[in-house]
Design a protein around this ligand. Structure first.
Ligand code: PMP
Length: 309
């Protein structure tokens, strides 16, 4: 069963904290009527021992939000410092010690008409999460397709891109799948509805590049960095369906998903063992949990002992 959406006490909206029930937008806004909005998902990790709450790769998320906003012609003028300050303000009221947070900054077109005189607002919602490693899942194949770069650019994180993901999830639920893999218009693997696809073949980690119509993923960049530190070969190249079907190992990778091992694809079981992806997932876990620093992967403390005063 799909988890029920949490309704936290507050939302960050129009530059301040607002009670959840008061966080509304106008029915005529282009965010609603033309899906003119872009967003990010940022994970915040609570380090129990250090009593510190840190965001993983917030600069990368901020930069991607800027790129998404630019492509969608949504004005976004907030500085990085203001952005971190806004995430901190909301985290301070919603953080539950011993749990993590997933923050969803969304830039909404609240005024304007067909891209003229657009006014935006950055709204941040956040939801608590248990500190658990993701369980392996079986994934299905969707008959829905990722649109191409000139139709619906997948490299940015626009809300409109999630229409097809929603359809794919509805389709998958009928067969008992919570996640589905989408192909691109060339019939090759694009990504899942909320994560990228990563596979292993002959000891090499392989993932489709954004020109295969997937998001420019921050988690995939982190995996690439971890592969570098673990001496595991890492390639970005197109993946055909049959290559994925006979992969030695596979996982879904994303900020919220982290690294979810895939047990089967459309009822076809994979090898059952994932020595390469387990090493990477262990290194990922160590990095985000015990603040074990890996050059190129940034954990930014915002609350607690390690946060700047
Ligand atoms: N693809 C889609 C469609 C996603 O929603 C996500 C999650 N943001 C990803 C890929 C993975 O991106 P990231 O690693 O930046 O979270």
């Amino acid at each position: 069963m799909a988890p029920k959406l949490q309704r936290p006490s507050h939302v960050f909206m129009s530059g301040k904290l607002v009670p959840w029930d008061d966080a509304n937008i106008a029915i005529y806004s282009e965010a609603l009527i033309r899906a003119a909005s872009v967003f990010e998902g940022i994970k915040g990790y609570w380090d129990v021992e250090a009593e510190t709450f840190s965001l993983l790769a917030p600069r990368q998320h901020f930069d991607r939000l800027h790129r998404s906003a630019r492509l969608m012609h949504l004005p976004f003028t907030m500085s990085y410092e203001q952005f971190i300050g806004s995430c901190t303000q909301l985290s301070e009221v919603l953080l539950v010690q011993g749990r993590d947070l997933w923050l969803r900054p969304t830039l909404l077109a609240v005024e304007g008409h067909w891209g003229l005189d657009t006014v935006t607002d950055l709204v941040i919602t956040a939801y608590t999460l248990a500190q658990e490693r993701p369980q392996p899942i079986a994934v299905g194949l969707s008959s829905w397709q990722r649109a191409g770069d000139r139709a619906q650019p997948a490299r940015i994180k626009s809300s409109a891109n999630y229409q097809v993901g929603r359809l794919a999830r509805i389709e998958g639920r009928r067969s008992g799948y919570e996640e589905m893999i989408l192909f691109n218009s060339r019939g090759r693997v694009a990504e899942a509805t909320g994560a990228c696809v990563v596979m292993v073949r002959d000891g090499r980690v392989i993932t489709p590049p954004p020109y295969e119509d997937c998001l420019e993923s921050i988690t995939v960049d982190i995996i690439e960095t971890l592969c570098g530190s673990l001496n595991i070969p890492f390639d970005r190249r197109p993946i055909e369906f049959t290559e994925l079907a006979i992969a030695d190992e596979a996982c879904l990778a994303g900020t919220l998903a982290e690294l979810v091992p895939v047990t089967s694809i459309d009822s076809m079981p994979l090898g059952g063992k994932s020595p390469v992806l387990d090493r990477i997932a262990d290194a990922f876990w160590d990095t985000v949990r015990s603040a074990q620093t890996v050059p190129g992967i940034e954990m930014v403390p915002i609350i607690g002992a390690g946060a700047p005063r």
